[in-house]
Design a binder for this molecule. Structure first.
Ligand code: KG4
Ligand code: ZN
Length: 362
């Protein structure tokens, strides 16, 4: 079964054709980094306009790369929640139009469930570690817009355990990069700087948020503020003109590198602490083997330190750790088309009243 996937939830216009929920024939992603770079973040109006201009050529490119035509498609799937409403609407309108014109089923897919499923298919092969073998799983989504943990019974049955109460971890990476004068998006730039051979990740003692003793939620705004003060000094009183004592131009390359490494250590530690807590909680539940694996999705799962630390945690807990290859970490439509296969089988198609929803589901 050939499914066309469409993804436009934030600042990537993406389309993909996937066969039987696992064989990716094409995965085309048009990033908008260049359009938002000068603003230091995604501007919703610019994003939705760019999606409207690009969606048709991107779908055509995905079909051409997969060597299929519209007539070969059995269903069309779209990431319809959560995301920027204007951006989501472009993808949803395109998917509905195609489903109606081609008389094929329409499937609305949750973007966060799709990130988790990308982890499950990421390193799958026909004979080893089949996808079903990793469920039930502990899922972690770490991206520019989201940071949340899930108990995943199946690819489509997920229960949210906790999430960020302020900034998403990717947002913190992006803001810290801006504070250090690094280019947008900041995650890869911080990762590279922190990974330089002489980087000292203990040079700054940034706070690791734990929240309440039992909390499975995350918080990254305190860490971001601590980095801001470390780089710029204390805020000046308003009567002295406000602002800060200095900016990143006063820091040497070595100091910036150490700030990046120390920030990355604290951010990763905060995530690992919550994963450990969630695994302990799930193990205390009724099932003796509450989870078989850890699934990690979202753009920040490309982070080299986080990947290393989660791998170590998985070994220590005797759990299979699945993280997508880089192309499936960031926003893409292959994850949408793949999960849609399971959704069609489990719940059937959606009808043409499907709408874009900016908020997260259960
Ligand atoms: O999943 P994604 O493409 O979009 C959202 O759904 O938000 O994630 C984008 C985020 C950005 O914040 C970017 O800085 C971050 O993922 N990111 C990274 C790395 N690569 C991308 N963060 C840390 N380390 C990386 N290597
Ligand atoms: Zn995403």
């Amino acid at each position: 079964m050939h499914i066309l996937g469409i993804e436009t939830s934030c600042d990537e216009t993406a389309a993909s054709v996937v066969v039987d929920g696992r064989r990716i024939l094409s995965n085309v992603v048009a990033s908008q980094f260049d359009l938002h770079a000068e603003y230091g973040g995604v501007v919703p109006e610019i994003a939705s306009r760019a999606h409207a201009e690009r969606i048709r050529p991107i779908i055509d490119a995905a079909l051409a790369q997969a060597c299929v035509s519209y007539a070969d498609l059995h269903a069309v799937a779209v990431g319809h929640r959560p995301g920027l409403i204007g951006s989501l609407l472009v993808g949803v309108a395109a998917a509905k139009a195609l489903a109606w014109a081609l008389s094929i089923p329409l499937v609305g897919v949750d973007h966060l469930q799709a990130h988790l499923y990308a982890a499950a298919i990421g390193h799958d092969s026909e004979d080893q570690n089949p996808i079903a073998a990793c469920y039930p799983a502990l899922g972690l989504v770490v991206s520019g817009g989201h940071t949340a943990m899930y108990h995943c019974q199946t690819p489509t049955q997920t229960h949210r355990l906790g999430g960020t109460i302020d900034d998403a971890v990717g947002e913190a990476f992006d803001k810290v990069a801006t504070i250090l004068g690094l280019p947008h998006p900041g995650g890869p730039a911080i990762d590279a700087l922190a990974g330089e051979p002489d980087a000292d990740d203990r040079a700054f003692d940034f706070p690791v948020s734990r929240l309440d003793r039992d909390s499975l939620d995350f918080s990254f705004s305190g860490l971001k503020t601590a980095v801001l003060y470390a780089v710029r000094g204390n805020p000046r009183p308003r009567e002295l003109g406000g602002g800060f004592e200095r900016d990143h131009t006063g820091l040497s390359h070595a100091q910036k590198r150490d700030v990046a490494a120390s920030f990355q250590r604290a951010a990763c530690r905060a995530i690992i602490i919550k994963l450990e807590r969630a695994l302990d909680d799930l193990a205390r539940g009724e099932n003796t083997r509450a989870v078989r694996s850890i699934l990690v999705g979202g753009g920040v799962s490309a982070n080299s330190r986080l990947r290393r630390e989660i791998t170590v945690l998985g070994h220590a807990r005797n759990l299979d750790v699945r993280m997508p290859p880089m192309a499936l970490c960031v926003d893409n439509a292959a994850m949408i088309a793949s999960l849609a296969h399971h959704q069609l089988a489990a719940h059937g198609p959606d009808d043409l009243t499907l709408t874009a929803v900016p908020t997260t589901g259960a």
